[in-house]
Write a protein that binds this ligand. Sequence first.
Ligand code: BDR
Ligand code: CA
Length: 314
Amino acid sequence: MKIIFDTDPGIDDAMALLYLSKLPEIELLGITTVVGNADIDTTTRNALFLKQQFGLEAPVVRGAGKTLDGVEKAEPVIVHGLNGLGDIALPAVDESGLAPGEASQFIIDTLRAHPGEVTIVAVGRMTNLALALRAAPEVAGLARQVIIMGGAFGYRGRSGNITPAAEANIHGDPVAADEIFAADWPVVAVGLDVTHDIVLDTDYLAALARDAGENGELLRQMCDHYARFYKEIMGLSGLVGHDLLAVTYALFPDWFETRRGPVLVVRDGIAVGQTIQMPETRKGGHPAWAGRPSQAICTGVEAARVLAHFREVT
Ligand code: BDR
Ligand code: CA
């Protein structure tokens, strides 16, 4: 399976990349970066570090440092630390892993080069994808699938994480996210409705550190910071593997339940970043969603299988 991984590393982004590096069925074509968990220089540096650390051959391509509206803001450092990877010490990175050019053009070129074959797994803000669509709208018809980690649809009584209405990746660039859902390509949203089922507790992380060698220990160290955030702010006894789950969807869609229907993103106001699906089953619909394609939202997942598989392959 050919994959472009669009990311803002990010601790759970790092887990997802480790996962991708261990899956022989995945052909990783590129790692495109975006501002989010840290500024674009930092997320790009982190992607280069992770590529090197996990032995990935795919190029890193630098992407958007601002939202579509030109706002240059990263998320609060409280979640992923100042360096985006839990403030662990990082070595100098090999800049030769950075491909020339910029992420949205890379996405366009790659979709054109492999029509109907490429799955985009986007686990940061959707800015690079939206820029690609704005520059070359026809590439929507070339993607096999777009799996995003993003959104909080309220299906399991779960609200947002940046505000009660909004999840971080959507809130960070709501206009971009709205354009992604409105485009005519098959989107699957792996949002907080399901990612909060994937809790990696202390025992799980200790076992990972014990069994998964140097990289398992590296993840455990990064996670100290992240787990503190989840404990102190969210009241959880472990941390949530959001981005990991988007990769799982690419591999095992049958482990998920989904609901179909068009999706709108609130673009401004107090609920900015809220994701609202009009279920296909709703008779009559509503004009606000009219003309938008039906997209799939994950509403359930076999969490134990997900956690077991990540352990097994890493
Ligand atoms: C998302 O926001 C980021 O902090 C994580 O990496 C994940 O992609 C969760 O809301
Ligand atoms: Ca992320």
